[in-house]
Design a protein around this ligand. Structure first.
Ligand SMILES: [Fe+2]
Length: 170
């Protein structure tokens, strides 16, 4: 039995350049700014961003001014050999919207690091596509700090065991 949690509500990430990240998440991901707090001079700002009307779904935390960012790994977060964030996924209810988002992200000059593909067919997309997949249609790209972002639609529901849910807690 669940505890009554509804869904993952928001994710907080560190960013090295607040203005650049706000611009990216506004333009490419389509999020809205709710508010930006903190002092630019101290480089400790926090930006609360939202998908629709809920106060925030993503929070950007500016890395402190004193921090040495020269050696930071900005490569694909999903491929880093360290712990921490792997990727952030944004769900679409409608496949049509998801398809239009493919063109939108590309029109922003952002390249995909994986997909678009379906998480259901046996394939050779670096082992990420397999019969037991969720059925999601997905593609992936990186934010300015290398955080991998997923846009997907049509993830299956789980009500009983299946090839895609071999041992589900029910
Ligand atoms: Fe995912």
């Amino acid at each position: 039995m669940g505890l009554g949690i509804n869904c993952v509500g928001h994710v907080g990430i560190h960013v090295t350049d607040m203005d650049r990240s706000i611009e990216f998440y506004r333009k490419v991901v389509g999020l809205k700014v709710t508010g930006l707090w903190g002092a630019p001079s101290r480089r400790n700002r926090q930006c609360f961003m939202r998908i629709d009307t809920m106060h925030h779904n993503l929070v950007l935390f500016e890395m402190p001014k004193e921090m040495d960012k020269s050696g930071l790994d900005r490569s694909d977060s999903a491929k880093r050999r360290i712990g921490g964030l792997h990727h952030i996924a944004f769900a679409f209810n409608e496949r049509e919207d998801w398809l239009l988002a493919i063109d939108h992200v590309r029109s922003c000059g952002v390249e995909f690091v994986a997909g678009p593909y379906v998480h259901a067919h046996e394939g050779k997309d670096e082992g990420t596509a397999f019969t037991g997949g969720s059925g999601s249609h997905a593609f992936y790209f990186l934010d300015p700090d290398g955080n991998r972002i997923e846009f997907y639609c049509w993830m299956m529901n789980i009500s009983r065991p299946s090839i895609a849910a071999p041992e589900p807690d029910l």
